[in-house]
Design a protein around this ligand. Structure first.
Ligand code: HEM
Length: 443
């Protein structure tokens, strides 16, 4: 293929390519390359020719399974940290069957049962922060997200085992941006050891649920047959649980972003308070009430658009494809740039502004293109790779925002709220310090 039809870009250093730049800060790597080369560009990352795609048309191609496959798409060390082949790396019929089984953990009935669990965990953390005067929230928000996953998905009751899992989990996630060297003492080797301990704990829970099912996500997933009658079992179930943890964890970044955005915008906070007063009042939060609140829905979408979570999703060109006049050969790695796409000025006006009304009737910036807004993937979970936890994570974010805004006034002391972009998801440099005071009229 001629160089002129390949996507523009750099191959970087011999052998290493642009791997180090990419691993150092994936978000700015994408931004800098997009500014120079446009919405489709090439690189060499982790020893592979790679095409990076930004925007709605890139998302359409990335989700066309005749063009992009997921198997072989992740760098081997990332796939290893995911525990091997789970949903994000399956294609075709095996993917469809597994997705049907896994979605058993996320039915409407299951979500209705999870919401009070989410709400009580959220309420406990908020009370603790408020009682402490000033608190530093990032680490606690991570724990909150992990606790919600643990309680709903494996029926954890907290305690020592949960604390050990959180500690191991934090060791594990560090390795996602580390150089993958499996030598004792490196971040990657420590992560693998931590992953081994996490899997051991899951194996024990799995044995218990197989013997005696409950109503947690794991039991639901084990009980749900695919269309062909097959059920998930053994290590496959462990890998999916592990992925739930990795995926659920990132909601900490969305909750942190939402908390900051609303603390900084008095008018928006008062509008949300009014909507909460109308639909939820002082009583318990219900799924039905959350569904009736358009501003809350739009705030949640804006949290998903603006909170940097991951810079890219991974795939591999199954067949040659052309985008913006540039041809990506079969066999190349393909990365869809999630965060940059949600901030594409062609679709999103003043993209860096936190502006939930961009989703409201009349503007509906997310509807300008069928694959224009995809913070959790394109289409429907049962028909493709769209996030299995899309409704779960939305409920958690909504429960968090409703309790936070209804029951507390949040003040942010002077601090450095720039993002540490080298982390995935990026974190506020200050650790996010906040003072939560109970709202006098709150229950
Ligand atoms: C706001 C939080 C979350 C975000 C932004 C998010 C985002 C994503 C994205 C971008 C994908 C890939 C979509 C694609 O490849 O087309 C994905 C897939 C997935 N997510 Fe999430 N996710 C979130 C929360 C969760 C939660 C809480 C769970 C489970 C408890 C979850 C489970 C999954 C699974 C199992 C997949 C793989 C689906 C497949 O390949 O078929 N996610 N998510």
């Amino acid at each position: 293929m001629s160089e002129t039809t390949l996507p523009p870009g750099d191959r970087g250093l011999p052998l290493l390519g642009e791997t180090l730049d990419f691993l150092k800060d994936q978000f700015h790597f994408v931004d800098a390359h997009q500014a120079r080369y446009g919405k489709v560009f090439r690189s060499n990352i982790l020893f592979k020719d790679t095409a990076l795609l930004v925007g709605a048309e890139g998302a359409r191609i990335f989700n066309d399974e005749s063009k992009v496959q997921r198997s072989g798409g992740m760098a081997p060390h990332i796939a290893d940290l995911f525990g091997g082949t789970s949903l994000p790396l399956l294609d075709g019929e095996p993917h469809r069957q597994r997705k049907q089984q896994v979605m058993g953990a996320f039915t409407r009935e299951a979500l209705t049962q999870y919401l009070p669990v989410m709400d009580s965990v959220v309420a406990r953390y908020l009370e603790r922060w408020s009682a402490a005067g000033e608190s530093t929230l990032t680490e606690d928000l991570k724990k909150l997200a992990l606790e919600v996953i643990a309680r709903t998905m494996v029926g954890s009751e907290g305690g020592k085992e949960f604390e050990e899992n959180v500690a191991d989990f934090k060791v594990m996630v560090k390795a996602f941006t580390a150089i993958p060297v499996p030598i004792p003492g490196t971040a990657f080797a420590k992560a693998k050891a931590a992953q081994g301990r996490i899997f051991e704990r899951y194996r024990r829970v799995l044995a218990e649920r197989v013997a005696k099912p409950t109503d947690d996500g794991l039991s639901r997933m084990l009980a749900t047959p695919a269309e062909d009658g097959t059920r998930i079992a053994g290590e496959d179930a462990i890998k999916e649980l592990h992925h739930f943890n990795l995926a659920g964890y990132i909601t900490f970044a969305h909750m942190a972003h939402g908390l900051v955005a609303l603390a900084q915008d008095d008018k928006l906070r008062e509008r949300l308070r009014a909507e909460i007063a109308e639909h939820v009042g002082a009583g318990p939060i219900t799924v039905e009430a959350l569904h009736r609140m358009p501003l809350l829905e739009n705030i949640t979408r804006e949290m998903k658009r603006r909170a940097p979570f991951v810079a890219v999703s991974f795939g591999k060109a199954k067949s040659e494809f052309t985008l913006e006049g540039k041809t990506v050969p079969a066999g190349w790695m393909v990365m869809l740039c999630n965060f940059a796409s949600g901030n594409d000025p062609e679709l999103f006006a003043d993209p860096e502004r936190f502006d939930p009304d961009r989703f409201a009737e009349g503007r509906a910036e997310d509807q300008k293109h069928p694959t224009g807004f995809f913070p959790q993937g394109v289409g429907e979970p049962l028909k493709g790779h769209k996030c299995a936890g899309v409704d779960f994570s939305t409920l958690l974010m909504k429960a968090f925002m409703v309790r936070l805004v209804r029951d507390y006034d949040t003040k942010l002391p002077k601090q450095d709220l720039s993002y540490q972009w080298e982390k995935i998801p990026p974190e506020y440099a200050s650790g996010l310090r906040a003072v939560l005071s109970p709202v006098p009229s709150a229950p």
